[in-house]
Write a protein that binds this ligand. Structure first.
Ligand SMILES: C[S@@+](CC[C@H](N)C(=O)[O-])C[C@H]1O[C@@H](n2cnc3c(N)ncnc32)[C@H](O)[C@@H]1O
Length: 283
């Protein structure tokens, strides 16, 4: 855990510098683990592109298990990784997906996409990593395309399973709504989309206001809460009802309960953020 005063000091920096500083701290703290555990030696450096701390390979494996259990992923699936980062999911998928499967990952970060191509390009030349020149105030403020205007780099009805892990937690509701509609466009009928987000209910807002949970969310706008009102996309929690309405307006179903994650107990599964699995209706 980074000392509080260093986190507070880093919080004063503009987003790219803050994320690089906190990434450098994570890298420094990971050195003993990297030295002791050969599997961790290949973890991408967080100072290059910060996707958060923790055990990179284990988080990837755990999300793969969730995709198999909840989204019906199989070895021949054609998958879309929205906001693929440095390949936390692409790595286990490279070992697990068969030759007849398909993988496209896109991200707004050039360095994240370069990392994915460098680490996985030779092993899985069939995997496709796309840089999306999309504007996000936390991750790419100079992007030329608005999130609400971005067309995903895949054909209509071509994807069996899409996922976005820890991406909607950095997006406004308008942007999420557009990404949900794009996801519906690219999913095959019956295809599934698993994503994580921070979801608020009146009970959960009361718990946050009583100081429970791991994140210091403050009221923002339209019922949403953010950690840093000066940099909302650093982390945004949306009302569960708004997320569910956006899912339905995007033409998707929510066939199963949302699984609440460890950021705010009570917890329904092992992950940190809340887990949604939605489906494009079969007809
Ligand atoms: C916390 S990281 C998670 C990365 C990856 N999904 C993972 O679980 O390791 C958030 C990622 O979302 C990407 N991102 C932010 N806004 C995006 C957008 N509008 N479209 C695609 N990717 C985006 C960031 O560049 C970053 O790689």
């Amino acid at each position: 855990m980074t000392p509080l005063f260093l986190r507070k000091a880093a919080g004063l920096l503009p987003p790219p510098f803050r994320r690089a500083a906190s990434g450098a701290m994570l890298d420094l703290m990971s050195l003993p683990v990297r030295l002791a555990d050969p599997e961790r030696r290949g973890d991408p450096w967080q100072s290059v592109h910060n996707v958060g701390g923790g055990d990179f390979a284990r988080a990837g494996r755990e999300t793969l298990a969730l995709l198999i259990e909840h989204a019906g992923l199989d070895r021949d699936s054609r998958v879309l990784d929205i906001g693929c980062g440095t390949g936390r999911m692409a790595m286990p998928l490279a070992a697990w997906l068969g030759d007849g499967a398909g993988y496209v990952g896109f991200d707004v970060s050039k360095s994240a996409i370069s990392t994915c191509r460098r680490t996985l390009g030779a092993r899985r030349p069939d995997f496709c990593f796309v840089h999306a020149d999309v504007r996000n105030r936390e991750y790419r403020s100079g992007g030329s395309i608005a999130e609400t205007a971005f067309e995903f780099p895949v054909q209509d009805a071509s994807v069996d399973v899409a996922f976005a892990t820890s991406v909607f937690s950095h997006m406004t509701l308008d942007s999420i709504s557009h990404y949900l509609a794009e996801t519906r466009r690219v999913l095959k009928p019956g295809g599934r989309f698993m994503f994580t987000a921070y979801a608020l209910t009146p009970e959960r807002i009361a718990a946050i206001q009583q100081g429970q949970g791991h994140l210091d969310f403050k009221p923002w706008r339209d019922g949403a809460m953010v950690i840093d009102p000066k940099s909302p996309e650093r982390a945004i929690a949306h009302p569960l009802a708004s997320l569910v309405a956006a899912i339905r307006q995007g033409g998707l179903d929510l066939p199963a309960d949302v699984l609440f994650g460890g950021w705010l107990p009570p917890t329904r599964y092992g992950g940190g953020q809340d887990l949604f699995t939605v489906r494009r209706p079969a007809v």
